[in-house]
Design a protein. Sequence first.
Length: 491
Amino acid sequence: MKYFRAVSLALAFLLPLLVSASPVEFSFKLKRTDGNPFARQVWAEVSAPDGRTLLLPAFLSATDTWSVRTRASAIGSYQLGAVKETTGEGLILREAKTLGSGKFNAKRTASPRGNIGIDPSNPRRFAFADGTPYVPLGANLAWPEGPREAFFNTSFAQFQRTGLNWSRIWMSHWGGTNLDWTQEDLAPSPPTGSIHPRVANLWDSIVESAEEHGVYFQMVFQHHGQWSTGANANWQFNPWNVANGGFLKSPVAFFSDPQARTLTKLKYRYIVARWGYSTSIMAWELFNEAMWTDARNGTPADNAAIAAWHDEMADYVRSVDVHHHLVTTSDDYLDQPLYRKMDYYQPHLYASHLLPSARSIEPAAPSLDRPVFYGEAGEDNDPRITDGPKLGGALTLPTIWSSLMADTAAPAQYWYTTDALRQGLLPQFATLARYFRDNGLDRRADLAPFSAVVESAEQLPLVLQPALNWRQCAGPTLSVRSTAGSRPGWR
């Protein structure tokens, strides 16, 4: 692994030459203990050249071997210090055998902008740690198509050329990116409570490639299908399902079962320990579309459990993330208590009339206390065009242009990115990036949305088409008779 490399960060709104760095990494061996080694909560101290001493979570990287990673925040010497472990007796010192010298001399630093966080001058916007505004503009790369590593490398390179600076990647078993539930081509899923090393290595390459190409992404820990018997159900294949030799009798139990919560925390600890150094991770996204899980569609007690789970996991992730990444989840209903401890809101958009819908959030964005933007947007439900024009991008760019004029923290992020890549549509996104950059919209806090009224002699029918997310519904045909006192211009 190369430790430092200079890259051109092709942000849609920034465009300077920045330096990205792979982690400062130390490894050491510990005496073996009984039980699951992935369940051990090992920590290591690392002293930095600026005088700070970081207590970092360590992750199991080989048999009896642990590693710690941090970013090169300053030029100079980094040194591995004491190794500790959280046990029933508290945090105790462990005797460790350092692999290598235990020292690392950093000649370059990681991105001087630091992590993406909430803008301290505007709680409904994002900014880097150095205060530079950040406006996400990109598209979803939820799972790979074809060779996994090559897919992300190629896609990120296209993002960089186009001026896109954001993406969103799921941990999915069919995509080969779920650490503890794998596709058959990666061999059987690992034992409960452990991590598949090939998947972890893939994520190393994803994170490194994102840094190299100036892409910031949301790492999505869970998706709704894992814990659903309805929408996109994967529960029947879930290794935690008792029917498959697991320990959960229903997907609803995932949010309250003590063993499930413990194992989930250990997995999240591993994720933060291994990739938390990276500034390319915009946020840890706990769940994709929580509203489609059985628990969110269950009893009030089930809903309370999923909200409590989000509280617990957000607190836990923050407790082990010394680099303080944002934490979010996605659910279309922003009044849900599961958003209590999230840093920003993340609804999705699959409306029957995309252009006006892309400019609206319910409740209205200015009334919210934190950033909000559509993390997915797709033209599934528009009744006016067929699949051919949809694949051709008839509504892709208009939807994003429309959302660009909304009072949200970012434009809507396109969902069908692989289709856009195949159709050669991605270069069209460059016009959005240039428009935003050249007009300095990320620095224009004085702007407010408005609706222009345009009248034309040509009239089109108003089509009312019910829809719910990506599910188009068959609706009634309404005949509205024009009356003598009707509003002028309406039909």
